[in-house]
Design a protein around this ligand. Structure first.
Ligand SMILES: Cc1ncc(COP(=O)(O)O)c(C=O)c1O
Length: 569
């Protein structure tokens, strides 16, 4: 008995020592979102198991178990739309097809437009085109001369209308023409831009980069350097560019490393932040306020109607205040990634809009005045890349094209213009205007019983569907036929520029309604009470298992949620 005492004591000691670690580990698990996206490693493993298969003609138009007459209506409509596309978009489609073989980017975006089971027929018959020839105001012209209202927003870059950026680029180029493309030493405009960005961000220092991804990389790298900690926290579903550490899981060939992906707007996350000592920074993409914990809603993942969105400004502001408080207490660097929303929600960006200050802010997209850019603004102590007392301990960051004179010229022209009364006026009553427009469209859709609605964060809209359905992804092709230009993520993201007039908005709304009515007329939204989103997903899962086991095409009622790569916004 006496001999075993030391063993028990050692065991009890070890247990006592490991209990706090175990507790922290459990807290971390609890703070992960229950979805696949919340578990990057598992998501990667599951993604590798998803087999490729396609629906044959028999199933394609009745994957939801619709009766034969509805399937026939859909089939006829599909090929009628195909004929219209063939005629109307002939040149654009031919150019896209010829170029795609040598453009990896085009192949990728072309592949992820609809759920893969339906993709082949769509690629074959509904070819729109990845090329355009002109822009004017809020309109775009394709190679066939068709005009579209632009709701793609150029990935969010287009805040003030294309003519605005055209002017910024021309004006900016003239401003730096005497120096030309000299790199290394800066054009004086760089200093002026830095001064103005300090005023806008309320932060001490600025660094210039070539993309939003690079700006985020640099902000995280500096946070690690100054805190001496390795991990970054990002929120479930949030996009921060395509660099390894901010895109763990599907889409990244490497397993996740020093990234914790935690639940957005959740007390479990605050508990983790309050107790762990290995967290360097928290990355916040305020766009997530529109769909917390969900990824950018691309139509390639639109396998059912479970997409939801809704913006609660007060609730999100309260969440940011809690984050601010815990980060301050724990010495964690709070980074607002405003690459998307900066200058779109207001001139002071998300910091002003939600009334919370960050330690670092990244900007990009629109700030380049139409040219590529990424910017980090931060507290002086965090931006420093060397230590006075340890000369070899540096945080290296350079980039050949950083502070490129032409980008800096366009940026200065951009900053000049946004300070003018006419641009400032665009922000007056901005949310009221766009909330009103979204509500108006929703009223009109509901009044004619169409199962589709929109949710918005100011000028950023997403479409969601109110009745279980497997064919919502078809809506993007009807919208295009009506003359609306969407980005490759389809109805998941409509982005308006602030200069849309009431008449131009009305034209978009009328076209949206017409497209939705045509979807309904053509039977895509056929519904039977037994059809639920859950049943659809279960059916697809079963279908995938059958395919993995080598049992050909699944049956219509066996038909689910294929994980797809996180889609850039
Ligand atoms: C919030 C956010 N951060 C970073 C990025 C990456 O920017 P870029 O595409 O310029 O690399 C994006 C792009 O969509 C973004 O929306």
């Amino acid at each position: 008995m006496l001999e075993t005492l030391p063993i028990y004591a050692a065991g009890a000691g070890a247990l006592a020592l490991s209990l706090p670690r175990l507790k922290r580990r459990l807290e971390l698990s609890r703070a992960k979102h229950p979805s696949l996206a919340g578990h990057s490693r598992i998501a990667k493993a599951v993604a590798r198991l998803v087999p490729h298969y396609e629906y044959d003609d028999d199933i394609y138009f009745r994957a939801d178990g619709a009766p034969e007459d509805v399937a026939a209506r859909r089939r006829d409509a599909f090929f009628a739309l195909a004929a219209l596309y063939r005629e109307r978009f002939a040149k654009s489609a031919a150019c896209t097809e010829a170029a795609a073989a040598s453009l990896a980017d085009l192949q990728f975006t072309g592949r992820y437009r609809v759920p893969f089971q339906f993709a082949r027929l769509v690629r074959q018959h509904l070819r729109g085109g990845g090329f355009l020839q002109a822009s004017r105001g809020v309109r775009l012209t394709d190679l066939d001369g068709n005009e579209f209202y632009d709701v793609s927003g150029s990935y969010g870059v287009n805040v003030f209308g294309y003519d605005f950026y055209r002017e910024c680029i021309a004006d900016g180029s003239a401003r730096v023409a005497s120096l030309g493309p000299v790199l290394g030493a800066c054009h004086p405009i760089v200093a002026d831009n830095a001064r103005r960005l300090r005023a806008i961000s309320g932060l001490d220092e600025v660094s210039f980069h070539m993309s939003g991804t690079e700006a985020v990389m640099q902000a995280v790298r500096l946070a690690r350097y100054h805190t001496g900690r390795r991990h970054l926290v990002r929120f479930n579903g949030a996009y921060h560019g395509w660099w390894e550490d901010v895109q763990p899981g599907i889409g990244n060939p490497l397993p996740p490393r020093e990234t914790y992906t935690l639940k957005d707007m959740d007390a479990d996350t605050l508990r983790v932040l309050a107790t762990r000592r290995d967290i360097a920074c928290v990355l916040v993409n305020p766009l997530q306020a529109l769909h917390p914990n969900a990824a950018a809603p691309g139509d390639s993942a639109l396998v059912d109607s479970s997409r939801r969105a809704g913006f609660d400004r007060a609730a999100y502001a309260a969440w940011l205040r809690q984050l601010r408080e815990v980060c301050t207490r724990q010495g964690i660097v709070l980074i607002f990634d405003e690459v998307f929303v900066g200058f779109r929600l207001g001139l002071g960006g998300a910091q002003d809009y939600f009334g919370v200050r960050a330690d670092m802010v990244t900007y990009g997209k629109t700030l380049g005045g139409g040219l590529p850019v990424g910017v980090v603004c931060g507290r002086g102590d965090l931006m420093k890349r060397f230590r006075d007392n340890r000369p070899a301990d540096i945080c290296f960051a350079r980039g050949t094209f950083n502070s490129h004179p032409y980008v800096m010229g366009a940026m200065q022209a951009f900053l000049d213009r946004i300070a003018t009364p006419s641009v400032r006026a665009l922000y007056e009553g901005l949310d009221a205007t766009w909330d009103g427009r979204a509500a108006d469209l929703n009223r009109r859709l509901a009044s004619v019983g169409l199962p589709v609605q929109v949710a918005n964060l100011s000028t950023i809209w997403t479409v969601f569907y109110t009745r279980p359905c497997r064919y919502n992804w078809m809506l993007q092709y009807y919208l295009r036929a009506e003359g609306l230009a969407l980005s490759w993520v389809g109805t998941g993201r409509l982005i308006f520029s602030l200069d849309y007039t009431a008449a131009e908005y009305e034209a978009v709304a009328a076209r949206f309604l017409a497209a939705a009515k045509a979807m309904e007329r053509d039977g895509w939204w056929w519904y039977s009470p037994g059809l639920t989103d859950r049943r659809i997903r279960r059916g697809i899962l079963r279908e995938m298992v059958l395919h993995r086991l080598g049992f050909g095409n699944g049956r219509p009622d066996e038909a689910p949620a294929a994980p797809v790569p996180a889609l850039p916004e």
